[in-house]
Design a protein around this ligand. Structure first.
Ligand code: UT7
Length: 332
């Protein structure tokens, strides 16, 4: 039997209307446009406004657009995986809510939690269902409403994050195109440097946890920065090496958008020039699980069949990884 491979056959993103600019942040905390731009590359982020609007609203908008664009009947979708650290609620899974919203009544669905590496983890998981031959159409979503866990009194984190979602459709192929290799890693000793202190089973919500502002993302930025630079570059270089790829063979680096300086360092180490690096951090900031699909969505019209893409991420956990994709279609 020929070996099955999963290929990405469509991509769609969704970002909310509201733009939170650096200028506006200057009114909330002691910061300035020059510091934010030079230290992170971010100019503005999108924020999902309104009551009762969770990550599923953005995830469902992305998936609905994806199914329409690829001419896929929602009833043919067999699996939806949603990567998120900001689920609508602890349970049920946001993927279930998305499946219901888009009419994917015959799918099974679940969430995975791997912070900024969530989309890569979910993509590899989805690909395995296709490769096993058990599922023919799998949707992978990255959706995060980071504004729901960001402390707008903390200047070290509130300038970084934004809201958004992106989704891809995976289908089977026996060709050379598709998801060709993945290296995924995690290290739980990274917990002290990036986490949310309360609201889980270890420290359930109380008046005190709310007053102590413990329901927001906490990050020791400079420590995370050091681990991100080393680990993202290490796995990307490893994936390239074991697939015999040099910087010249790589058409695009698709990095998690946490900090322009981390992205530049990774590209440098891989020998990939800046013209081949997908970047939209200036417009969306760090949307956690959504950064990589939002990049693919933004650059879709420039992607050609056969392009070698290296996807790379690092995030809370710590979690990190790199995936090698041979792009499967020309611009439509
Ligand atoms: O996506 C998940 C993984 N996350 C990441 O990959 C993020 C990794 N970390 C980073 O991107 C960077 O560490 C940050 C952008 C968060 C911070 O940049 P940094 O160059 O590491 O700055 P720092 O934390 O070392 O702070 C330098 C100075 C400090 O002042 P002092 O102590 O030197 O006087 C901070 O208090 O900058 C100050 N600072 C700010 N100043 C103006 C911190 N935040 C701000 C701010 N505006 N918003």
């Amino acid at each position: 039997m020929e070996q099955l491979r999963a290929m990405i056959t469509g991509i769609q993103g969704y970002v909310p209307e509201y733009r939170l600019t650096n200028k506006e942040l200057e009114k909330l905390v002691e910061t300035n446009d020059e510091w934010i731009t030079s230290r992170t590359g971010i100019k503005e982020r999108r924020i999902l406004k309104g009551e009762n609007q969770g990550s599923s609203v953005m995830g469902a908008a992305a998936v609905k657009g994806l199914l329409e664009k690829t001419g896929t009947d929602p009833m043919d979708v067999e699996l939806i995986i949603c990567a998120t650290v900001t689920p609508d609620m602890p349970f049920p899974a946001t993927a279930n809510i998305i499946a219901d919203k888009v009419g994917a009544k015959k799918s099974f669905s679940f969430d995975i939690s791997a912070a900024c590496s969530g989309f890569l983890y979910a993509l590899q998981l989805g690909a395995q269902f296709i490769q096993a031959g058990t599922h023919k159409k799998v949707v992978v979503v990255g959706a995060d409403k980071m504004s729901s866990i960001v402390d707008y009194q903390d200047r070290t984190t509130c300038i970084l994050f934004g809201d958004g979602a992106g989704a891809v459709l995976l289908e089977a192929t026996t060709s050379e195109y598709g998801i060709r290799d993945a290296i995924l890693r995690s290290d739980g000793s990274g917990e002290p440097y990036l986490h949310m202190k309360a609201g889980g089973s270890r420290k359930p919500a109380t008046h005190q946890t709310v007053e102590a502002r413990e329901h927001f993302a906490y990050q020791e930025g400079s420590t995370v920065f050091k681990f991100a630079v080393t680990n993202m570059a290490d796995v990307s270089a490893e994936v390239m090496e074991r697939n015999g790829l040099t910087g010249d063979d790589v058409a695009w680096l698709v990095p998690h958008q946490a900090n322009k300086r981390i992205i530049d360092a990774t590209a440098n180490r891989m020998g990939v020039g800046p013209e081949k690096v997908m970047m939209n951090i200036e417009r969306y900031g760090n949307t956690t699980a959504a950064t990589i699909p939002l990049c693919l969505w933004d650059y879709e019209s420039q992607l050609k069949k056969g392009d070698n893409l290296i996807l790379a991420a690092f995030g809370g956990g710590f979690t990190w990884g790199s995936i090698y994709v041979k792009w499967a279609y020309d611009p439509k």
